[in-house]
Each structure stands twice: as structure tokens, then as C-alpha cells.
Design a protein around this ligand. Structure first.
Ligand SMILES: Nc1ncnc2c1ncn2[C@@H]1O[C@H](COP(=O)(O)OP(=O)(O)OP(=O)(O)O)[C@@H](O)[C@H]1O
Length: 355
């Protein structure tokens, strides 16, 4: 039977009103995304039991409703905040042991010794075990906090802006570890962030909040193109690397007969990759250009044209169904007389693609 995290919240914090009803799959990564102050942390805190704003049900367990309130320390979940929340007077090993000891109160069965060892190896925490928490860098602290959360084996793991206290370099160091967690963690991972690059790197599902209300929810590929992110408006394509050429470009196949060339940095043949394509880096032509420097020219059908005020946004469907977004001037759209249903060619500079 499929399991869900079901949430129905209606509550105030000062002037702020959170009113939200949703159901999230109990596996995979759901990014909770939205501008500062939209209620992302309040949502997580409600799920964790740190405030009581309505109904929270995980699978068949009721955690809070009008009659029930499971206290935060008894909920079978783990949470990592931006400041890691480690006990600074203990060593790394001491922090891990502390987490393991308290797992039983949450009704959790922690990982066995071998599984713990594997997680610590995955996050490169083994060399840090004897170190004092005070002697760790910000990135190391976050890795230890993630390890401490994972080894108690929670069916729900919530990460609240785990990278936001780190500078860009440290953030780039920790992000690959989060990707590894994504590959090994089987439970429900809620990831709060307002950083689009993190969301795109990690999320399967996107839950978008705006001023305490649900603005959009669905798969990353479905929801991302409908968000108005100004210059960052993007679509995401999922594919597999089928060729790595000697000139440093990799060929990413996104459907039968539809492929994009991109810089091969960090990818090898057979890898499954997710590409973010900025809408402003996609142009459209009515016939296939044969004398263009642009390597990526793919057939597409116009699904939808939207007037964003300053520009025209064109939603294109590629063979196989994936969505590509283009942002054009009104003049360009008018000159080409673009209409829904038209078959066109989408052109994407390969330098515009990233993993
Ligand atoms: N204890 C409180 N008392 C009064 N207002 C609060 C309290 N906690 C949060 N708020 C308000 O509730 C709103 C939502 O806060 P929340 O921290 O959930 O937003 P957020 O989306 O996580 O923001 P950020 O991305 O900046 O962390 C904000 O307007 C905040 O000022």
C-alpha cells in the first residue's frame, strides 16, 4: 500500500497565516520552495511537532489532530537545520552515539553497525570521529549532522536550509554528499531551500509556497516551468549520457532521437543526468537551421504561449513528452506568428546546459 504524509494546517504566527492542505509521497525528495517568509520552516516545524497547527498523518500514524498530539521527541523523524545542531562539548562519535541512544524514544530501530559504517563512509565522516565538534568546519558539521540523522533510520528526514550557513565553496563541497544521500535514502526527504540550484540538483517533487499558501505542487519537471522566476525561469530535462566525445562534449539523450550536447565535466557514459535549461537560452526557428553554430537543434511542438509582460514565454513539448521553455521578445514571437500546436525547432546553446 502506498504511504503518504498528509497535512492539513491552518494557524497563525503573529500576522502570518499558514493555510495548507496537501499529501506528499512517503518516498523520494520533495523540495519545499518559496521566497523568504512564505512559511517553509513553519511547515517543517508543524510536521516535527514544534508547533500545532492542524492535522499531520504519516502513513497510518496520526501525529497530530484535534485529539492527538505526539510530542516532537517521540515522532519517528530526523531533522537537520542550517546550524547543524550538534552538541559542541562532545566529539563527533559522542554526537552520533547520543543520536543513536535517543532513537528508541522515537520508536526507531537504528541501522546496524555495518550500515552505520557505510553511511559514515558515504559522507566521509569516518576520519572525523575523534574530533571535537568545535574543531570542525561548517561543511564538516553539516556532514556529521546528516550522518547522525541518517543512522537512526528515520522514515522521514527533514533538512531545513542545510547549506545556507555555508559560503559558496563549502556549499559546493556538501552538495555532492546530499546527492549521494538522495541515492541511498529510501524514506521521505523534505528539503527546504530558497536556492534554486539546490532544488534542481536534489528534488523529485516540488512543493511551492507563497505567503503561507500552496502555490504549486508536482514533479520538478512539471512545476519548474510554470514558476515565474524572472531571469532564472527554467525547465529541466532528464536524460542519459550516451556518448562522451574527445572534444569535451557529452551527448545527453532525453528521448528517442532527441539529444543535447553539453560540457562533459564530471559525467561519464551511462550517467543519468538532469539538465537545467534557462528559458532565455532557448530560441525558436520555423525551419531547421543548417548553417548555425548552435549544436542543439531539436524538433518541438508549441503547447502554450504566455505573456509575462516584458516577454513571451513559449512552452515546447519535445518528442517523448518532456517540456522545454523558451523566452522570446514579443517582436520575435509576432514575427514568427507562433501559435499553440505549431511544429518548430528549438535551439539551445550547449554552454547553457549544466548538470
Ligand atoms: N514565533 C513567531 N512569531 C511571529 N511570527 C513568526 C514566528 N515565527 C515565524 N514567524 C513569521 O512567520 C512567517 C513564516 O516564517 P518561516 O520561518 O516559516 O518562513 P520561511 O519561508 O522558512 O522563511 P526563510 O526562507 O526566510 O527561512 C514569517 O513572516 C515570520 O516572520
Amino acid at each position: 500500500m502506498s504511504q503518504y504524509l498528509q497535512i492539513q494546517l491552518d494557524g497563525h504566527l503573529g500576522d502570518f497565516h499558514l493555510q495548507l492542505q496537501t499529501r506528499l509521497p512517503a518516498t523520494g525528495v520533495t523540495a519545499v520552495f518559496g521566497p523568504s517568509g512564505c512559511g517553509k520552516s513553519t511547515l517543517l516545524r508543524s510536521i516535527a511537532g514544534l508547533n500545532h497547527m492542524g492535522t499531520v498523518q504519516f502513513g497510518d500514524q496520526m501525529w497530530s489532530d484535534q485529539r492527538t498530539f505526539v510530542p516532537p521527541e517521540r515522532r519517528p523523524l530526523a531533522m537537520v537545520f542550517q546550524d547543524a545542531g550538534l552538541l559542541s562539548h562532545l566529539t563527533v562519535q559522542g554526537n552520533l552515539d547520543y543520536g543513536l541512544k535517543r532513537a528508541a524514544r522515537r520508536g526507531l530501530t537504528p541501522m546496524n553497525a555495518q550500515q552505520c559504517h557505510d553511511v559514515l563512509a558515504l559522507l566521509d565522516v569516518l576520519p572525523l570521529l575523534k574530533r571535537s565538534v568545535q574543531a570542525l568546519s561548517g561543511g564538516e558539521r553539516q556532514r556529521v549532522a546528516l550522518a547522525r540523522a541518517l543512522i537512526i533510520n528515520p522514515p522521514l528526514l527533514m533538512l531545513d536550509e542545510p547549506l545556507s550557513a555555508l559560503d559558496t565553496r563549502r556549499k559546493q563541497e556538501v552538495l555532492p554528499y546530499l546527492r549521494r544521500i538522495r541515492e541511498v535514502y529510501q524514506g521521505c526527504l523534505l528539503y527546504v531551500s530558497h536556492a534554486l540550484d539546490e532544488v534542481i540538483a536534489l528534488a523529485d517533487q516540488l512543493l511551492v509556497l507563497d505567503n503561507g499558501r500552496l502555490q504549486a505542487q508536482g514533479s520538478l519537471a512539471e512545476v519548474l516551468p510554470v514558476l515565474n522566476l524572472g531571469d532564472d525561469t527554467s525547465s529541466v530535462l532528464n536524460g542519459q549520457v550516451v556518448d562522451v566525445a574527445a572534444d569535451g562534449l557529452a551527448k545527453l539523450q532525453v528521448a528517442e532521437g532527441v539529444a543535447f550536447w553539453l560540457p562533459a565535466t564530471g559525467v561519464t557514459q551511462g550517467d543519468h543526468c538532469r539538465l537545467r535549461v534557462l528559458a532565455r537560452d532557448v530560441s525558436i526557428s520555423l525551419s531547421r537551421a543548417t548553417d548555425s553554430s548552435i549544436l542543439n537543434i531539436v524538433p518541438a511542438r508549441i503547447q502554450l504561449l504566455t505573456d509575462t509582460g516584458s516577454a513571451c514565454r513559449v512552452q515546447l513539448q519535445l518528442n517523448g513528452g518532456q517540456i522545454l521553455l523558451a523566452q522570446l521578445t514579443h517582436r520575435s514571437a509576432a514575427q514568427l506568428q507562433l501559435q499553440p500546436g505549431m511544429d518548430v525547432w528549438a535551439q539551445v546553446k550547449s554552454v547553457a546546459l549544466s548538470q
